[in-house]
Ligand binder design. Sequence first.
Ligand SMILES: Cc1cc2nc3c(=O)[nH]c(=O)nc-3n(C[C@H](O)[C@H](O)[C@H](O)COP(=O)(O)OP(=O)(O)OC[C@H]3O[C@@H](n4cnc5c(N)ncnc54)[C@H](O)[C@@H]3O)c2cc1C
Length: 333
Amino acid sequence: MAFDRRQRYGSPNMKSVAIIGAGMAGAAAARALSAAGLRVALFDKGRGIGGRMATRRFPDESSVDHGAQYFSARDAGFAALVAEWTAAGVAAPWGSAGWSVGTPAMTSPVRAMLAGLGVTTGCTVARLARDGQGWRLSDATGHTLADRLEAVLVTAPAPQARDLVATAGVTWPALKPALDRVRYAPCWTLMLEHRGDPVFAETQRRERDPDAAIAWIARDGTKPGRDPACETLVVNAAPGWSRTHLERAPDEVAALLTTELRRALGPGSPAGDRVVRAVAHRWRYAMVETAMDTPCLWSPELGLGIAGDGCLGGRVEAAYLSGTALAAQVLAR
Ligand SMILES: Cc1cc2nc3c(=O)[nH]c(=O)nc-3n(C[C@H](O)[C@H](O)[C@H](O)COP(=O)(O)OP(=O)(O)OC[C@H]3O[C@@H](n4cnc5c(N)ncnc54)[C@H](O)[C@@H]3O)c2cc1C
């Protein structure tokens, strides 16, 4: 996965920063740093960008948001950005609770934020190293992905960030305890497409029973910009259920969650040949249960920073605020 600095980095006088993770936190940091004139290169191990703001595409061209279901804005800066996205057609309101979604897909806002920036996807950064020339990133084969970097910003979920930063062998005593503090709940998500009538009239349902297997059911086709004729349910299992079944095979979990869905919806729920597709996706680090309660971590001496939803909490907005805060710290240097 060669990374051609001459093509992607522009003028050699500009300072260069690598960002690991092209989800909302990485995109927010990239956008702010690039606006300030820094050269930014992003690397993501996923097939596409967006991180947990994710859209699964099936071979028949249909697609479904199987990660973040919506976002809301409490912060004035984030609210202004959501208004910009809405005006640009990459986000729109959904439902009656003041929520927004990306349009035509949940990945669209991140795609808009990263337009024109160098993003390498399908690329797992396995090692960070620092010498007199700056930071170097390499993959699992030892191949150099980028080098002579002024700074590296890691926006992976905290357990993955901790393992990656450990490869650098740098001394930053506060880092590991801060990352160790963050706890994530896993989430199994079922994407179930069916033929026939909608199974409920609303756009989504939150299951309130704490012992229920299912926490959330949404009709993906009711989101703006989607095919309204396509009845795909996105079903999020509750954290306890997801933990219990975490290591099971996706096919097995799809069958179990389909049964739980029938139990939750009762008569009229999709069954038999009305079910076109039932696919399960495991999110090992889905929802933040305990956050660091600090916007980001930054060491100006090392030129190393951490952002992501593990800092402020498990919401799209919190990831944005964390990435933005880290960029501000980098620029303050
Ligand atoms: C099922 C589900 C439902 C959710 N629902 C909502 C919701 O309705 N509303 C809401 O606000 N939030 C929701 N969330 C949470 C929200 O999606 C996250 O808080 C937010 O998207 C996190 O953004 P991030 O940039 O911090 O992390 P991520 O989006 O996870 O981005 C981190 C990126 O780092 C990459 N990465 C990790 N390690 C490496 C490596 N070594 N090399 C290269 N790349 C690497 C990953 O591939 C990933 O793309 C939900 C999450 C899930 C899973």
